[in-house]
Design a protein around this ligand. Structure first.
Ligand SMILES: [Zn+2]
Length: 201
């Protein structure tokens, strides 16, 4: 496949692209552990979007793997995972980080967040944000315990590893290289790193 679009997203920033049915998108952790929040919206109707709860209930699992589709809030497949060179640890349970999350963690003043990045990307794309869906948190490592408690632990993804998905309908794709530098989301060193977002066709 040829690279049709190629965006480098610095740690804490966002990128967006329009993709067509049959394209592939590839998300790469360029320089080491970094979570990339992924949203997908129907390109003609942003009220139709990638839905964590519809995907979990359709797949009957917490997290999609190679061969699994990711479903919309109308339960149609939007993306299908075709390759994953990372350890396959992703998260479809947690909401995006937002200003209140940083406040709860003790941060004072402004902090970038994935929720704000989503809003900026929707504005840039000229799309209406009917609501802020929960993202597919690629490379995020969430431990689910037998007592049903959950904790974010450092990601396992290493530099150069990627997840690739086939696009099942025309979509607006938005990715936020999560700005979290307090919780373990991006690892214990409190650093954020760049993400590469490619469209292949
Ligand atoms: Zn985030």
């Amino acid at each position: 496949m040829d690279v049709k679009q190629d965006i480098r997203i610095e740690g804490g920033d966002w990128g967006q692209m329009h993709v067509s049915k049959g394209d592939h998108i590839r998300i790469t952790a360029l320089e080491g552990p970094q979570v990339a929040d992924l949203w997908a919206f129907d390109d003609r109707d942003s009220a139709i979007f990638l839905s964590a709860e519809h995907t979990r209930s359709t797949l009957e699992k917490l997290m999609p793997a190679v061969g699994d589709a990711l479903y919309s809030n109308r339960r149609h497949p939007m993306l299908t995972v075709v390759e994953d060179t990372s350890p396959g640890t992703h998260d479809f349970l947690m909401s995006a980080c937002d200003p209140r999350r940083y406040e709860i963690l003790g941060h004072q003043g402004y902090h970038k967040s994935c929720a704000e990045n989503l809003c900026k990307a929707m504005d840039a794309a000229g799309a209406i944000a009917h609501e802020l869906p929960s993202p597919f948190n690629t490379f995020q490592n969430v431990e689910v315990r037998a007592d049903a408690s959950i904790t974010i632990i450092p990601p396992k993804v290493e530099a150069g590893q990627y997840i690739e998905m086939r696009v099942e309908s025309d979509l607006l794709i938005i990715v936020s290289a999560c700005p979290m530098d307090i919780a373990m989301t991006n690892g214990p060193d409190g650093k954020t790193r760049p993400i590469r977002l490619e469209c292949l066709s």
